[in-house]
Design a protein around this ligand. Structure first.
Ligand SMILES: *Cc1c(COP(=O)(O)O)cnc(C)c1O
Length: 452
C-alpha cells in the first residue's frame, strides 16, 4: 500500500468565494410562501428574523459570493479541512475502487455546521443584532452556533429537543461552556411551547416544535434574530466551501470522482460537498453521479412528496416547496439525530426532482456496521449521520468490485462520533434495530400538508 493518503491545502489556498448553485440550476425552486397569507414572500417579509445580508444571499443568483475577511479569519482555525484517501479501507474491501473522503470532523464543533454558524453570526452582528435564537436536535448545530456567537461576542439561546436535552448532557455542557442559554423544548417560554405542553405535558419534543419556539422568540424581540443550521439556501451556500476545497484536493490527487456521496438530514453537508461538482455537471456536462443518503426511518427524498409544506409545527416559518414527510411527522428514535427532519433543502429537493441528484435510504444496522469497518481501518469514529455516507461508499466500492471497475468515490465525513458513543454501545450490544417507515404512518404523516 503506497501513495499519498492526505491531500492538504494551505491557508492561502482556502476559497475566497462561496458557490451559489442558483446560478446554474435548470429550474429554480418555487418561491417560499407566507404561512398566514399563502402568498409568495419577498425579502422584506423575512427581516423580523434574518439580517438583510443573509436574506440577499438566500435569493441571490450570482454564481460566486465573496467570503468576508472576518469570516475567513475564523474559518482558518480549522480550514482548509483535509481530504483523505481511505487506502486501508480499499484494501479491506479488496476493491479496485479509489475511496476518498473529506473530513469535516476537524472543526472545533466536530462537524461541518460551524462552516455556516460563523457567517450567520457575522452577518447578524454586522447589522446590530445582539442575540440569536435557534433550535437543536441532537446538539451539533447548537454547539456550532454557540461557538460562533461566542467568537462574535453575541448572546445565544438554544431550544433543545427535550429528549436529547435529557439523553445527551455532554452536548448541553458544550453549549454552556461557550456561554449559551439552553432550554429544553417544548418549554413554557413561548406560546408555541406552552400550547404543546398543555395538550401533551410529556411531549419529548421534536425539531419542528423547537423551530417554532426559536422563530417565535426571534420574531418577538427587537434585539434577536433566528438562525437555522440547514435547509435554507444561504446555509447550502456557506457549506459550498467543502466541495470547492475538495475539488482542488482531488486535482492534487490526480482524480475526478465518478460518484460523490453525502448523508442527508436537511441537505446542507450534501449541498456543501456535491453542489460544486453539480456545477461541473450542469455547466460542463461532467459525468459525475451525486448521491444523497438518508435513513429508511425518515425517508424524505426517497418516499416523501414534492409539495409545499410548513417548516415547523406551529406554522410560523415560511412554507416551502420541498420533499417532505409532513411537518407533524414524528421520526422514530434512530441514532442519527441529525437526519430526522421532516423536510429537505428546497434547492436539493428541486435537483432530486429534476434527476440531477439521486437519493437512497439505508437502515441503521448496516450503517453502524459500515462505520465500525471504517473506524477499524481508518481510525476515525464517524458521526452516526456521516456513517450513512460511509456505508453508501462501501456499497459503491463493492459494486465497483463486482463490475471490475476502478471507480473513484468521494464522500463527506461530515463529523466525528466521539459524542455518540452511547449509540455505538447499543449497536455493539446488539440492541439497534432497523425501522423502515410503515406505509400507513407515511400516509398519516402526509395528510396535513397545507393547501396552496
Ligand atoms: C446535522 C448533521 C448532519 C445532517 O444535516 P445536513 O444539513 O443534512 O448536513 C449530518 N452530519 C452531521 C455530523 C451533522 O451534525
Amino acid at each position: 500500500m503506497s501513495g499519498d493518503i492526505k491531500f492538504l491545502l494551505t491557508e492561502k489556498e482556502m476559497p475566497t468565494h462561496w458557490y451559489n448553485i442558483q446560478a446554474d440550476m435548470p429550474n429554480l425552486p418555487d418561491p417560499p410562501l407566507h404561512p398566514g397569507t399563502m402568498q409568495p414572500i419577498g425579502p422584506q417579509d423575512l427581516t423580523p428574523i434574518f439580517p438583510m445580508g443573509l436574506i440577499m444571499q438566500e435569493v441571490s443568483q450570482d454564481r460566486w459570493i465573496e467570503i468576508p475577511d472576518e469570516v475567513r479569519d475564523i474559518l482558518r482555525l480549522w480550514r482548509p479541512s483535509p481530504l483523505y484517501r481511505a487506502r486501508r479501507l480499499e484494501k479491506a474491501l479488496d476493491t479496485p475502487a479509489r475511496i476518498f473522503y473529506k473530513y469535516e470532523g476537524v472543526s472545533p464543533a466536530g462537524s461541518h455546521k460551524l462552516n455556516t454558524a460563523v457567517p450567520q453570526a457575522y452577518f447578524n452582528k454586522k447589522e446590530g443584532v445582539k442575540r440569536l435564537a435557534t433550535e437543536t436536535g441532537a446538539g451539533q448545530w447548537g454547539i456550532a452556533l454557540s461557538q460562533a456567537c461566542n467568537f462574535f461576542d453575541m448572546e445565544c439561546t438554544v431550544y433543545m429537543v427535550k429528549v436529547s436535552y435529557n439523553q445527551k448532557p455532554y452536548r448541553r455542557s458544550l453549549m454552556e461552556i461557550f456561554g449559551s442559554n439552553v432550554i429544553p423544548s417544548p418549554s413554557n417560554q413561548t406560546d408555541s411551547g406552552r400550547k404543546i405542553l398543555q395538550d401533551f405535558p410529556d411531549s419529548p419534543g421534536s425539531l419542528g416544535i423547537a423551530i417554532s419556539e426559536a422563530v417565535e422568540d426571534a420574531a418577538k424581540r427587537e434585539d434577536t434574530n433566528y438562525a437555522l443550521g440547514s435547509v435554507l439556501n444561504h446555509v447550502c451556500l456557506h457549506q459550498s466551501i467543502i466541495g470547492l476545497e475538495a475539488k482542488e484536493q482531488m486535482a492534487k490527487a490526480g482524480y475526478y470522482p465518478d460518484v460523490v456521496i453525502a448523508c442527508c438530514g436537511g441537505g446542507s453537508n450534501f449541498a456543501g460537498l456535491a453542489f460544486p461538482f453539480a456545477h461541473d455537471k450542469l455547466a460542463r456536462d461532467a459525468r459525475v453521479r451525486l448521491v444523497a443518503v438518508e435513513p429508511i426511518s425518515c425517508p424524505t427524498l426517497t418516499r416523501g412528496e414534492y409539495q409545499y409544506d410548513f417548516g415547523d409545527v406551529a406554522g410560523l416559518a415560511p412554507i416551502v416547496k420541498m420533499y417532505t414527510l409532513g411537518a407533524g411527522f414524528m421520526p422514530p428514535g434512530i441514532h442519527a439525530g441529525g437526519l430526522r427532519y421532516h423536510g429537505d433543502s428546497p434547492l436539493l429537493s428541486r435537483l432530486v426532482k429534476d434527476g440531477i441528484v439521486e437519493a437512497i435510504g439505508l437502515g441503521q444496522t448496516s450503517v453502524f456496521n459500515g462505520a465500525i469497518l471504517f473506524a477499524k481501518n481508518e481510525g476515525i469514529i464517524p458521526a452516526p449521520e456521516s456513517a450513512h455516507a460511509v456505508q453508501a461508499a462501501i456499497q459503491e466500492a463493492l459494486a465497483a468490485k463486482e463490475a471490475g471497475e476502478a471507480r473513484t468515490i468521494l464522500f463527506n465525513m461530515s463529523g466525528h462520533g466521539l459524542l455518540d458513543l452511547p449509540s455505538y454501545d447499543l449497536f455493539l450490544a446488539g440492541k439497534l434495530e432497523d425501522f423502515p417507515l410503515p406505509e400507513e404512518d407515511l400516509k398519516v404523516a402526509l395528510k396535513n400538508l397545507p393547501r396552496v
